[in-house]
Design a protein around this ligand. Sequence first.
Ligand SMILES: Cc1cc2nc3c(=O)[nH]c(=O)nc-3n(C[C@H](O)[C@H](O)[C@H](O)COP(=O)(O)O)c2cc1C
Length: 422
Amino acid sequence: MDTESEDGLIWPKIHPLKLFDAAKSQNRLLYACAPMVRYSKLAFRQTVHHFGTDLCWTPMILAKEFNRSRFARDSDLTISTPTPVPAPGRKGEGDGCGVRDEEVPTIAQFGANQPLELSRAASLAAPYVNGVDLNCGCPQSWACAEKLGAALMERRELVRDMVVETRARLSRDGWAVDLANYDSNPDVDPRAGRGRSVSVKIRVHSDLRRTMDFITTVLGDEHNRNIDWLTIHPRTRRTPSSVPINIEALEILTSTYGTKLPVLVSGDVFTLSTLPYTSHLLDPQPTFTTTSSSSITPDNAADSPHPPPTTRKPHLPNLSGLMSARALLANPALFSGLDSCPWEAVDVFMTNVARAPLPLKLGVHHLTEMCGPGFGPDRNAALLTKKERVRLTEMGNWVDVIDYMDEIRSQRGGEGGMVRLA
Ligand SMILES: Cc1cc2nc3c(=O)[nH]c(=O)nc-3n(C[C@H](O)[C@H](O)[C@H](O)COP(=O)(O)O)c2cc1C
């Protein structure tokens, strides 16, 4: 790649490790939007970023296809470009809804099982994203049959080789992959804006010693490590997502590795106020939880007549960040501290969809998630009733969707409001 002549096109400028530093200096954890096949596309990433999410993953992209087909690249990786700053006194190029195309720090997640495939895909994606991530957690049988995703948890040397090769390739391409050890001011350091990260997202084994062997191998020399950070989904590849995450495993892994590199947790981040652990970077400091608070599912939580027993929450001093998938789908404003989705999030999402279109069915699915009961403690609050959500899925075009949402909101009076499902 001709790095000099393409500099003007390079949009992402922030090394993700700087975001971890910034979150820490604000005395909080880093907030991340999980990779979600089908869902974590540009309009959604922009929406969650608007509400305080620091770092957004793309859905898993198959490196093999990405490398071989321009069409796969165009459809799998959509990014925004900067909006010119409006001249003083001119009406802004923003959209009147508070949304502008600002940098949404983005990590392209790949499914790969060969060093060459991952490094090539990283090389192609690097001008457009802040970092690349390897999926070592996808439990689906097709992925494991292809030796992708969670199957890689059995192949730690291969994973190490893939991230080492990827760092080397990015470095040869002119990217700064030396763990953000450079100044972000271009007048001081010519590499400013060219920092890119390499990370992995893993599940755990039922024998945690194997997970520790895996991490130790992939990490390499902690002073010159092979990965910038690690995301841990503390479930095994066979644990269903309705079963709470393994907090004990998370506690052991963060205390062992959290001082060597930033560790993000993925799994059961439902609201900031109901996390099943504490951290000095979480405010306020909840001390107690319920044994099943992390097993809330849309189907069972509101129905349970018995309050679960209370237990003390473990403290995780070496945890660096929170990654959410399902709860962020239901409430893109989760990391702004709201326990349920506000109408404003629906507005921001619809505006983003107008500018970064999604297929109708997918967009409507997002809306039904956002307008449903969600994952907050009040399981009976929702923007739309079930009947209204079903009606939404019957809409044949975006104009009808917009009209229908407007109609419901005007029926509820002005800004709309929550309906009580109970
Ligand atoms: C619809 C959906 C799609 C997902 N796709 C991916 C993916 O592409 N890559 C990945 O590493 N994990 C994927 N996951 C797993 C999530 O990133 C996350 O680790 C898991 O859902 C646990 O987080 P949660 O409790 O916040 O949902 C997906 C999860 C969901 C619900």
